[in-house]
Write a protein that binds this ligand. Sequence first.
Ligand SMILES: [Ca+2]
Ligand SMILES: [Ca+2]
Length: 144
Amino acid sequence: MVNFLTLYCFVFGLAFVASAECQLGWIHYLNKCYYFSADTRNWGAASASCRAHTAELVVIQSESKNRFLAAEIRNFWLDGTDEFAEGNWEWASIAQLFDYSNWHPGEPNNSQGGEDCLMTNDAYNGNWNDALCNQTYKYICERR
Ligand SMILES: [Ca+2]
Ligand SMILES: [Ca+2]
């Protein structure tokens, strides 16, 4: 009985610690916390909203992370942009060029006179698309 109680307290304690790693409304994944917005904003406002919560728009540098997020996301802003140099896609918050990408075939196409902000696109099964930065979408924040 003592052993059972000890085990119960240990497991319950672990569960509590795990859930306490991220604040309410944030999802824990590989030592970081993620927030999936309910509201829609343009890319700049989405980025500002994340920073206001001591986070940044999400950076995706691996297929496994892309797969994890793609299970949740459709039409969400990511941190990528080529607004500084057309065609040079980088993660704005860390100023690093993409070394992993998941562009949909034919993207990025910089259509409509200049699409400079990165999103996952529902019509593309969650693959990446460059979109006009002033369009409004939901967004994902990442606390590092
Ligand atoms: Ca562009
Ligand atoms: Ca595009």
